[in-house]
Design a protein around this ligand. Sequence first.
Ligand code: ATP
Ligand code: MG
Length: 438
Amino acid sequence: MKDLIDSYPIQDEEFKWQKSCFVDELSEKVQRESCLMGWIHDFEIQNLSDRTQVLFLIFRDGTGLKEFQITKPELVKKIAILERESVIAIRTLGTKVNDLKIISQAKPVPILPCLITDHSSIDLVINRAYALRTERMKAILKIQDSIFSSVRKFFEKEKFYEIRPPIIGPATDPGIRGAKAGELDFYGKRYKLTTSMILYKQMTICSLEKIYSFSPNIRLEDHATQETGRHLAEFYQIDVEQAFADYHDAMNLGEKLLITIFKAVKRNCKKELNLLERNLIIPTRPFQKLTYKEVLEQLREMKFGDLQDGQEIPWNAEKALSELFDAPFWITDYPYGSRGFYDRQNPENPSSLKDFDLMYPGGFGEAMSGSEREYLYDKVKRKMLEQGVPLVGYKWYFDMLQRGVPPSAGFGLGVERLTRYICGLEKIWEATAFPKVP
Ligand code: ATP
Ligand code: MG
């Protein structure tokens, strides 16, 4: 076919087929001839009479959708034989299409972006390449981009340093609530894929004192977590740690961070929030604080009468509790033994930890976890033995703890859960480009 070109840029004596305009710029450039490049999102042909047809083309690029009415018979013919999702270049003047080239002809697409209605369906995880092309996914990813940039601005202002996170290591966080760590053969040694970079945060604060990272975590969660709508097997944490800080400092920082992110998204992503029909409320500080004990009492009065002291709060109870709130809230002071060995035991009350979780309201559940850290070697070792943590791979950590590790506090805020909450999504697998679902 003459119009199907296999070289890019397109060679043409008469017109410069070079992308000169995006869909969202069209109205400004309406008086000029433009070249748009993008996808056939959808089209429909109407017969106006026996001889005249009009083709309604919904054209898509990274910035949005635009409808064109095409009446030139040769152009109608060209498009009519194409599959949706084919890549084309169009030459326009205002809203009139004067010419067209085919850049990449699509085969039939298993799930057409223009026909997707059930956005939380697991089929969209499998057919990710096409689900990613919807206006809805684009809105979610643009919001996530705004989250990333606001986090970086926030920490720059607070004088924290961003570090690159570890992906593999001889040991990783074992306190991951039943999930398994992934392993790989690292030149003959069994290395773990990072489940959380907590140990490395303690290492780095001995250098820079105030650090953060966008850190990737692999956790082979139980299949049952598919039902929670908030577990992935691969996710990111905004991981934060500060030397010589206590857990109140960490919670204050967490509140400020969250409010900064919410405000930035509201400011920068109005169109995207509208598309998602999400009315994001900016919470006010300080957030409400409940202790674990208070939460347990409240849950027992609800339908969770058989909750035992010292037990982790089950996911369904956490959801029910979060449904009672209309703003984020803290749960603090979890019982000793319920969390990883690195959460600091309260010296004044050894049965509890100086730690916290932040809960989103509206049934969205846990947003972040954090604590003051154990930093003394003897204490850490004793707790690890008590909790039955296999000590293989921790030699470097024990060596380090005996050589000047300060007290610190910090937290990890799940990126996909944050995106899910901000966007108001039912399933967490909508909140990332490439979800790995347990
Ligand atoms: P949960 O109890 O909900 O399984 P957790 O308490 O085991 O989570 P943490 O170890 O506290 O998780 O991880 C810190 C943060 O990372 C969580 O607060 C959450 O935002 C995020 N997170 C943890 N596990 C997952 C997961 N499987 N998928 C997506 N985000 C997660
Ligand atoms: Mg947690």
